[in-house]
Design a protein around this ligand. Structure first.
Ligand SMILES: *[C@@H]1O[C@H](CO)[C@@H](O)[C@H](O)[C@H]1NC(C)=O
Ligand SMILES: *[C@@H]1O[C@H](CO)[C@@H](O)[C@H](O)[C@H]1NC(C)=O
Ligand SMILES: *[C@@H]1O[C@H](CO)[C@@H](O)[C@H](O)[C@H]1NC(C)=O
Length: 214
């Protein structure tokens, strides 16, 4: 009995050490593959079948994912797709793990407030991509899908230079978006298009590059 308990403790410590800085690609291979296959399947179901889902992809190495249907706009809320949902719960776990440093109840409460996973208040996941070969950004400004600025996600990633307010310098937007992100109108069009394509993470960055404040 005692041996079982101490080996459980060792396993917990090892898992904790692995997860100091959250990145979705640090999930083990099996979990990545499982999450990806659920992602592709959810997209295909949403489109009405595999043949109607030409843009259902998920790269189990990078976790880049996308969903585009032939006949309909995917109607799954972005925060509920398997990959962004896994990104949120992983970040939440590391947030809580890191509370052992501060070890205050407020710290755990903060993690719960900043990680309302599977809701529009969840932190935006920067995992979506326009193609299976494109490596996602992973880390972006801490904002919710609703557009609210969130507190410190406390998951080991430094977002100090990624805050929405500092992006007015125009230097923090993604290269692919910065050339055409001149006006709010354009950015809004992009957000609309991106939302239809489920490219929310990239869209939020594009909006920041265009100076839209949340
Ligand atoms: C909890 O969040 C608030 C608001 O962001 C912050 O001021 C406070 O320092 C946080 N507390 C801890 C223990 O991280
Ligand atoms: C996943 O992305 C990597 C990096 O861009 C790429 O080399 C690889 O071919 C992609 N895998 C699949 C299955 O497309
Ligand atoms: C844990 O929180 C402290 C205090 O905010 C921070 O300095 C440290 O980088 C965090 N560590 C991880 C692994 O998130």
């Amino acid at each position: 009995m005692k041996i079982t308990i101490s080996s459980l403790l060792i396993a917990t410590v090892a898992a904790t050490a692995n997860a100091e800085v959250w990145k979705i690609t640090s999930m083990d291979k099996g979990t990545r593959e499982n999450t990806c296959s659920r992602q592709i399947q959810a997209c295909q179901n949403n489109c009405g079948g595999p043949s109607l889902a030409p843009m259902a992809f998920c790269n189990s190495t990078t976790m880049a994912w996308g969903c585009g249907c032939l006949n309909n706009t995917p109607n799954m809320e972005v925060w509920n797709w398997p990959v962004p949902a896994a990104d949120c719960s992983g970040s939440l776990n590391v947030c809580k793990t890191n509370c052992s440093v501060k070890n205050t109840n407020e710290c755990f409460v903060n993690c719960t407030k900043t990680h309302m996973c599977n809701t529009e208040d969840a932190p935006v996941s920067y995992t979506s991509a326009s193609d299976v070969d494109i490596v996602p950004k992973y880390v972006g400004p801490a904002v919710s899908y609703k557009g609210d600025k969130l507190g410190d996600l406390n998951d080991g990633n430094n977002r100090d230079n990624l805050s929405p307010s500092s992006s007015h310098s125009g230097s923090s937007g993604p290269k692919s978006d910065s050339d055409s992100a001149g006006s709010q109108k354009e950015a809004t069009d992009k957000v609309n298009l991106a939302t239809r394509l489920q490219l929310t993470g990239a869209a939020v960055l594009a909006a920041f590059a265009a100076g839209i404040t949340f």
